[in-house]
Design a protein around this ligand. Sequence first.
Ligand code: PLP
Length: 388
Amino acid sequence: MKFSPAIAESIELRFSRLARAKNGRGEDIISFGLGEPDFPTPPAVVEAAAEAMRAGLTRYSNPFGLPELRARIARKLADENGIAAKPDEILVAPGAKMALSLALAALVEPGDEVVVVTPCYASYVPQVAIAEPDAVVRLVPVRRQDFSLDVDALAAAMGPRTRAVVVNSPQNPTGHMLAADEVDALASLLDNSNAWLLSDEIYEKLAFAGRPHLSPAARPQLAGRTVTINGFSKAFAMTGWRIGYLHVPDPAVMDKVSRLQQHLNTNTAPFIQKAALAALDLPADHLVSYNARLVANAAALTDEVAGLPALSLVRPDGGLFAFLDVSATGLGSDDFAAALLDEEGVAATPGVVFGAGFDGFVRISMAIEQARFAAGVHRLAEFVRRRR
Ligand code: PLP
């Protein structure tokens, strides 16, 4: 394959390696770098996997996913997301990341353009390069003042070769959630185009601003041209299990996706699919307390930032992260994160990881126990004060 330089080593990994090394030397490191919930996978989910393994669900299985899980996901999408999904429009994959990768590989052809809203999850651009090395990525930054979609910039970036537009809500790294008017704007932009909307909704259940999560595919104008991608990693603390899914309402695209799945993954582990089935039937209790913690951490960060003129923050609505503007400190995000780790033992992710124009930001994960989060925020504030 043509190995594009876009398929880069993750800077996130470099920082977590540094943090681990410091931890190993006995230093007290507070990590704001985590991209996963810190509660354990719910016991009922673990038990369902164990039971399925004992029952012998340990062999090759259906490449689309177990019929009962596809049916359950279709019902979830209909009941919770307002998407008129049918079981045969669902494919279960080893992670939302793989689902997205399969969708891109099925859709994008040489010379096609893929519009990606930035700052974005660090794997989107490499995934386009893996799917189709001769595709063109058009990065469209969000509006700085509130991290909402820049509709004019999106319109300018779209053209006859646009094959896909990738959005993510709640968003990694900004914490922005798409509002109704933004979904309307996407509907008008995609109307009469050849483009598919790829909607990554992996953080859907981590929505803590009192606003509902909106799935673009629930809109009639977008229903037929949206691939909805979701999974179990963030809602059920199942990041290591590797299971996610996509919904695509087009048999021709589904046919390609399933052929890719057959040759790349064969199937998603069936005992893990049984665990996912159990997860979908869980009461959402663990999410209520977890979202309450995210609210508290977001509030602690907002309060601390309010007293520091060199920092500014758009309060996140959902997801696991806050995207902190540190540009007034005069440090680039890589230098800021390196010095913060070195001087205060706090690991944060440099904004450049999420897009070239975001070197003035660092990403703060709020997936940490409250007192420890507050201590980390306090250290960060001390670090910034020293720089005045
Ligand atoms: N999409 C976004 C926006 C993410 O931040 C992540 C993980 O951090 C993923 C997808 C990956 O999800 P999964 O673990 O289901 O592959």
